[in-house]
Write a protein that binds this ligand. Structure first.
Ligand code: XMP
Length: 512
């Protein structure tokens, strides 16, 4: 995919690589991440207009140190090396890198030297985030030093002629306040980019691409879940091919309160999309009877979801493609991940393995915040665009132990109260996910002089970038207090409320 100017970020294993990509996109330049060992031919095919080398934890001297093809320096396009990326550039081009233990870590003062385009308009002395062991002690021929610190003679280097640059510090993190200006200098002053990557352009070019790819006849199916990704993907495809897109919305009985009504109101009534709503509640509850093991539950829900989806899709006659709301972090993860299976994730609503359909993934190069912007651009209501992520198996993994319609009903009500209060407190968008969990316990209480033996509701609220790690969110006591009294007063089945104060790891976001 290429929409005008394009940066390729070579990933040398740095923890901030995705962050570099986000920053570049925020500056309205399209970019993609490729592994450091991408071949020269592959890189040429992807036709970058500039390269950024990410940081990485290795020492350039380590035998296994990640190295890229040295011909990348001669492509006649600007290259910016960050941290490890700069050290590698220095070593590859004839400079000297000194091996060392962790030299500088954390906030460091940088002193600008000379006047380089890369550091134009940046204060002569500024604060930046450092984290390195090795350091460049002599720049390669043709380069000059453009910044230093008290302990590092080369904090930044430049060869303006060949447009090769290196930064020992991290411009992509918020602890480098002028980092965005430096990246913007690279993209605008050095690469001379017009910076035209906007979500409006993305919508126009993507709908045109989809239309062209599908021709005038092909019909396409999409599983709509109510989540923002599938909603935006479906709306984009709908804009391209109108009613040749058929959405299937499976109500497995494990949705949040009012979810089905909200989805149908938006997509069927407002956007006039072709939607088949399947009421499969009884089938799912029947299959979940007596199932208590979390993995077993996930499998039952996931497998049956695929069966229902296939059954409905078969009734539609000839269909050639399936739309999926895959995002860029999933694409990057699946390319590199060696993570052990903690939970059998993301299997619900996934491609049925033996359905021979082509895939349309219009969001596969977007980050979550960009998807939200596209959603707003397409006119989706904020209610859907800002919705917290919801797992495919739905409330099935939040009702611990056996899932019954009665327990789900209690959880739906409790969840709705929580969300209402979080929204009323103006906190909904500050939180990645917040929801109710119904543990498989009952406890003794007293309501109106009467003994009760009733359910406990757990509140889970976390902040996160991508769901891979998460921190518990410190909700104000007043908000917790309001939620607590509403839950026990309004729900006769509930007599206790507790707050989950664990981060991920060691806990996970969902309880099952
Ligand atoms: P965990 O519980 O593993 O969840 O910390 C991380 C993120 O993934 C969501 N999640 C799922 N999403 N299908 C999905 O589409 C699933 O089976 C699934 N399980 C968990 C979870 O809500 C959180 O955002």
């Amino acid at each position: 995919m290429k929409t005008g100017e394009k940066v390729i970020i070579l990933d040398f294993g740095g923890q901030y690589t995705q962050l570099i990509a986000r920053r570049v996109r925020e500056l309205n330049v399209y970019c993609e991440i490729l592994p450091y060992n991408v071949s020269y031919d592959e890189l040429r095919v992807s036709a970058p207009d500039a390269l950024i080398f990410s940081g990485g934890s290795a020492s350039v001297y380590a035998p296994e140190a990640p190295r890229c093809d040295p011909r990348f320096y001669s492509l006649q396009i600007p290259v910016l090396g960050i941290c490890y990326g700069m050290q590698l550039m220095a070593m590859d081009l004839g400079g000297v890198v000194k091996e060392g233990r962790r030299q500088e870590y954390g906030k460091t003062t940088i002193f600008v030297q000379g006047d380089s385009e890369l550091l134009a308009d940046v204060e002569q002395e500024f604060s930046a985030w450092m984290s390195h062991g090795d350091q460049v002690v002599k720049v390669p021929p043709g380069f000059s030093v453009i910044a230093e610190t008290e302990n590092t003679a080369v904090a930044a280097m430049a060869d303006a002629e060949r447009k090769l640059f290196g930064l020992q510090f991290h411009p992509e993190v918020i602890h480098t306040p002028c980092g965005k200006l430096i990246l913007s200098n690279f993209l605008e002053r050095i690469c001379s980019f017009q910076r035209t990557w906007t979500m409006e352009n993305f919508v126009d070019s993507t709908t045109a691409e989809i239309r062209e790819m599908l021709g005038p006849e092909e019909r396409v199916v999409c599983g709509l879940s109510g989540g923002v990704d599938s909603a935006v993907a479906a709306t984009l495809v709908h804009r391209a091919i109108g009613e040749r897109l058929i959405c299937i919305f499976v109500d497995h009985g494990l949705l949040r309160k009012g979810e089905k009504e909200a989805v149908l109101a938006t997509f069927a009534r407002e956007l006039k999309m072709n939607i088949i709503a399947v009421d499969a509640r009884e089938e799912f509850f029947a299959r979940l009877r007596g199932v208590t093991d979390p993995e077993e539950k996930r499998k039952v829900i996931g497998n049956h979801f695929i069966r229902v989806f296939e059954r409905e899709a078969e009734k539609l006659g000839k269909i050639s493609y399936l739309v999926q709301g895959t995002l860029y972090p999933d694409v990057i993860e699946s390319g590199t991940s060696t993570a052990a299976v903690i939970k059998s994730h993301h299997n619900v609503g996934g491609l049925p393995p033996d359905m021979r359909l082509g895939l349309i993934e219009p969001l596969r190069y977007l980050f979550k915040d960009e998807v939200r912007e596209v959603g707003l651009e397409l006119g989706l209501p904020e209610e859907i665009v800002w919705r917290h992520p919801f797992p495919g198996p739905g409330l099935g993994v939040r009702v611990l132990g056996e899932v019954t319609p009665e327990k789900v009903a209690v959880l739906q009500e409790a969840d709705a109260i929580i969300i209402e209060e979080i929204k009323a407190a103006g906190l909904y968008r500050k939180i990645w996910q917040c929801f109710a969990v119904l543990p498989d316990i009952r406890s003794v209480g007293v309501k109106g002089d009467r003994r009760t033996y009733a359910h406990t509701i757990v509140l889970r609220a976390v902040t996160s970038q991508d769901g891979m790690t998460a921190d518990w969110y410190p909700l104000p006591y007043e908000v917790l207090g309001r939620i607590s009294s509403r839950l026990v007063n309004e729900l006769p089945q509930v007599n206790r409320f507790v707050y989950d104060l664990t981060s991920k790891p060691p806990a996970t976001i969902e309880w099952e």
